[in-house]
Design a protein around this ligand. Structure first.
Ligand code: ZN
Length: 129
């Protein structure tokens, strides 16, 4: 009987030590997180296979997708760390394409004339936005 209990206590101590090490490692990763998003949890959430959280780098928009058919809800604050997320650049994307490139319908008729930089985050990074 005693041997069984010893084994179990040792198992619990090893397990607690193992979990403590994992917590330390995760905490260290969290502290050292250096972008590109607000926090490690958001970063991991965006990488998840389930695609519930999405980041559109072209418009710099964060959204949460609760159903596949209906598109996502945009959000302004990170649900994990509470930081204010950068503003959406969707309106500016259309404005710049219209004013600087004279493209009135960049998603349809003028789609092929949209410069490649506007398909990624390059256009707003270049402009220091
Ligand atoms: Zn965050």
């Amino acid at each position: 009987m005693d041997n069984k209990n010893d084994w179990f206590e040792q198992y619990q101590r090893d397990r607690d030590e193992w979990l403590r090490k994992i917590d330390e490692k995760v905490e260290e990763e969290r502290r050292n997180y250096a972008g590109p998003h607000c926090c490690l949890t958001m970063d991991r959430g965006l990488q998840s296979e389930r695609k519930i959280l999405q980041y559109d780098k072209k418009y710099r928009e964060y959204s949460i997708n609760l159903s596949r058919s209906k598109g996502g809800f945009l959000f302004d604050y990170c649900p994990f760390c509470g930081k204010k997320l950068p503003e959406s650049l969707r309106k500016l994307w259309f404005n710049i394409l219209e004013q600087e490139y004279h493209l009135e319908f960049p998603l349809s008729l003028d789609k092929k004339k949209v410069p490649a930089e506007f398909q990624t985050d390059e256009w707003w990074k270049k402009r220091g936005l």
